[in-house]
Ligand binder design. Sequence first.
Ligand SMILES: [Zn+2]
Length: 216
Amino acid sequence: MPLRERQLTINFSTPFRVGSGLGRGLGLDHTAVRDAWGLPYIPASTLKGRLRSLCKRVALTLAATDPVYNNICQTLDNREACKPAANEKPCIICQLFGSRFWPGALRFSDGRLSETQQTQRTELLLRQRLHPGKIDPALAQARTQIRISRHRGVAEAKFLFCGEALPKTLIFTARINIIGDLAAAAENLLDWGVRLLTHLGAQKSRGLGQCRLSLL
Ligand SMILES: [Zn+2]
């Protein structure tokens, strides 16, 4: 099986939080996901999931003029993903991203802090050592929101929503391994998805997580 590797770079233009859904016991309701060393990263499943849904929308649009993008399976959870007969390939989305019935050509790695950012990496590591278990104000901005009480129509003073927002200067890289021969139309679709993805992570409506991806 031929194997190629492409490199995905993620640049943010606003602060961002790719969340873990866990509080980490830091008094924050929502924190960014971090690796064993305490460095933020972007999980492979997040990258794959966002690109899959975006590529599907692109394919459904392109199908109007290009029959190669026809017959995209429409399910969200893959329960009814297209099940190819012998010697047949599934739809172009399942060829790329896989399904219950097909392994898929793309293998995503986690997005890690770019190797070119050694100084930022070292600084983040040192900060984790200096502030174990505490909120580092240089790294995590606590955002405060006050909820309006439906019953009384006033601000609930006690309810504070805090979330981390990591600085937009952090750059991440991920590997996408492509296993086997991928049809040109499928790889074009991946390139469109990468080009059209505009945000990652939480609180898009508040402007967090605006980003630009590039694929080498
Ligand atoms: Zn499919």
